[in-house]
Write a new protein. Structure first.
Length: 279
């Protein structure tokens, strides 16, 4: 009987050691609330993968500005070009490269996670609610943005601050139509790439932080928009509901749908706003 008790105690101790060892190896994978185990990224890798697309995009944006302005287009057009040439190729390249390494083929299986399937009807209930929360967050952050811009970015010329439409009054009508129609189209395409990358790929890989991963993801996502850091408060506050919804539902398509609606609204309002401008 004594031997049996000792053996049982040893088994319990070994079980405890195994649990500790499993926790120590969580750099590879970690438990999440629903019981599934997800691959995890180290903090340094997480930061790098968040910031690299924004750094490349900003570098291309800066390089393109002289040629774009000489052609009679506003600096916003240079940023749109950078999205097409830099942001999306980098994000999709990282995703598919990871898929190639994991699956030995160009696939996103096991790369893009948080793919909970929903009926279409559920999106019509949830997305409008998130959309309204995002609009409220943007509204609250406008005065904070103005203060932040005055304090930290007073040195930045107005034409590089893409807030409002008065700065476009001196451009040609066709130029503005091309620029803002492109903005409208990219307001659909860019969210698809970004939600696959940031919320489908990166967010699940910091799930070990629990609810704190929402703030970490929102903060790093906002910081990587180097060309628009003058809007850092609004980017952070507006991204929080999207990231939180994705984290809670384990469905990156929720944030994607919300951002597409926001992009369409912003694009249409931009076109309406500049249609009377131009020579």
């Amino acid at each position: 009987m004594l031997r049996k008790n000792v053996a049982t105690e040893n088994q319990l101790r070994m079980s405890g050691v195994d649990k500790i060892d499993g926790a120590m190896s969580s750099s590879a994978e970690s438990d999440v609330p629903d019981g599934e185990r997800l691959p995890q990224h180290g903090l340094a890798r997480t930061i790098a993968l968040h910031l690299i697309p924004g750094a490349v995009t900003t570098a291309i944006y800066i390089v393109c500005i002289p040629a774009v302005t000489r052609a009679g287009y506003p600096p916003l057009a240079a940023l749109l070009i950078a999205f097409v040439v830099g942001l999306m190729p980098v994000e999709l390249g990282i995703l598919f490269s990871a898929g190639k390494r994991k699956n030995t083929r160009w696939s996103l299986d096991g790369i893009v996670l948080y793919r909970e399937k929903w009926p279409i009807s559920r999106y019509f209930k949830v997305v409008p609610a998130i959309f309204l929360i995002c609009i409220a967050a943007i509204g609250i952050s406008v005065p904070i943005d103005h203060l932040w811009t005055r304090v930290a970015f007073s040195w930045l010329p107005n034409q590089y601050v893409f807030v409002g439409i008065k700065q476009y009054a001196g451009y040609g009508h066709k130029v503005l139509l091309v620029t803002f129609f492109s903005r409208l189209m990219l307001g659909i395409v860019v969210p698809i790439c970004e939600e696959l990358y940031f919320r489908g790929y990166l967010l699940p890989r910091i799930s070990r932080f629990g609810g704190r991963s929402v703030f970490l993801e929102s903060g790093l996502y906002s910081l990587q928009n180097f060309a628009m850091l003058y809007s850092l408060p609004s980017m952070f506050l507006a991204s929080l509901p999207i990231v939180a919804a994705t984290w809670m539902t384990k469905n990156y398509r929720v944030g994607m749908a919300t951002r597409i609606v926001l992009g369409l609204l912003g694009g249409v309002l931009g076109l309406i706003g500049v249609k009377h401008f131009g020579r």
